[in-house]
Design a protein around this ligand. Structure first.
Ligand SMILES: [Zn+2]
Ligand SMILES: [Zn+2]
Length: 130
């Protein structure tokens, strides 16, 4: 690929905005991408900004989902303590069945949340075009 602005030079990269080939003389290096010098810098800066914002939002969302899932699993385990205790002492009482059901439901919910998040992350990674 030749430089778009100066066809005598070989391009070393392409602009993140207009995708034209650029040689070292015509490119401007921005944090995370290249731009046409004096042409596309503002636009590319905006694109990179959006990318970064998106990444931050995704990380934040992932963090809160994980916290929530962990909370569900701990809550489920908490529910299961009295029935398991009863099981060992072989004295089942009336709420044990209910607590056991709640525990299983909460743990299942938490695990499902983790799996869904993992699946989404994989799909996003596969779709991410550098
Ligand atoms: Zn450009
Ligand atoms: Zn050039």
């Amino acid at each position: 690929m030749r430089c778009f602005y100066d066809s005598r030079h070989e391009a070393v990269g392409s602009c993140r905005s207009c995708l034209r080939g650029l040689c070292p003389d015509c490119l401007s290096v921005l944090d995370g991408g290249l731009a046409c010098k004096g042409q596309c810098e503002a636009v590319v800066r905006k694109i990179l900004d959006l990318y970064q914002q998106n990444g931050r939002m995704m990380a934040l969302h992932r963090q809160s989902t994980h916290n929530f899932a962990a909370f569900q699993i701990w809550l489920g385990l908490g529910f299961m303590v009295p029935p398991v205790f009863s099981m060992f002492s072989q004295r089942f009482s009336y709420p044990d069945g209910f607590l056991l059901t709640m525990g299983v439901l909460y743990i299942g919910w938490g695990v499902q949340l983790c799996q869904r998040e993992e699946k989404m992350r994989k799909r996003l990674n596969a779709a991410d075009i550098p």
